[in-house]
Ligand binder design. Structure first.
Ligand code: 5GP
Ligand code: ZN
Length: 156
């Protein structure tokens, strides 16, 4: 679903109505520096088309964003020589999305930079993992749910 774009800050940036620090762009996407960088070089990659989130974006446009993320990672590696890179995307306010124009964060990382983007969850019990796997399999192929329970009866 493509929604209205007049109030969208990233549509404003794509159209050039609002300022940004662009580092790369192509026919389908624009990559520009985040104004509140988690690290130097923190870049946002957006499709030119206004789409809201991961459920709204087409596979084609998602692929175009992914291709630009890949280019940006290469450029940042050359320019800033980070030790690593995080690629992060938030869809939905529950996941931390603040700007509702699809975007992917590309964040250069350095050893001991102190940035914490990780989680330290305890290992789940096999029952919990199997339960969620069954729920997911049921949504794809109803038959799969049965096969999962049979497969997991003989784990290696
Ligand atoms: P989200 O939380 O939606 O995944 O991330 C939105 C990001 O957009 C934030 O990191 C925020 O700093 C950035 N941002 C918000 N407004 C602007 C803006 O006007 N210009 C730029 N360059 N970045 C913005
Ligand atoms: Zn937009």
């Amino acid at each position: 679903m493509v929604t209205g774009t007049s109030g969208c800050v990233f549509c404003g940036i794509v159209a050039g109505r609002l300022p940004s620090r662009r580092i790369l762009e192509d026919e389908h996407t624009v990559a520009f520096l985040d104004i509140r960088p988690a690290a130097p070089g923190h870049t946002l990659v957006v499709p030119r088309e206004h789409v809201r989130d991961l459920w709204d974006v087409s596979a084609t446009v998602h692929g175009q964003v992914a291709a630009m993320v890949h280019r940006v990672a290469g450029l940042l590696a050359t320019a800033l020589t980070p030790d690593g890179i995080n690629v992060k995307h938030n869809s939905g306010s529950a996941a931390g999305q603040d700007v509702f124009h699809f975007h992917t964060h590309v964040v250069p990382r350095w050893q001991h930079d102190g940035l914490d983007l990780t989680w330290r969850s305890p290992r789940a019990s096999p029952d919990r993992l199997d339960d969620v796997l069954k729920r997911i399999r049921r949504a794809t192929e109803p038959d799969q749910a049965l096969r999962v329970s049979t497969m997991n009866a003989h784990p290696h």
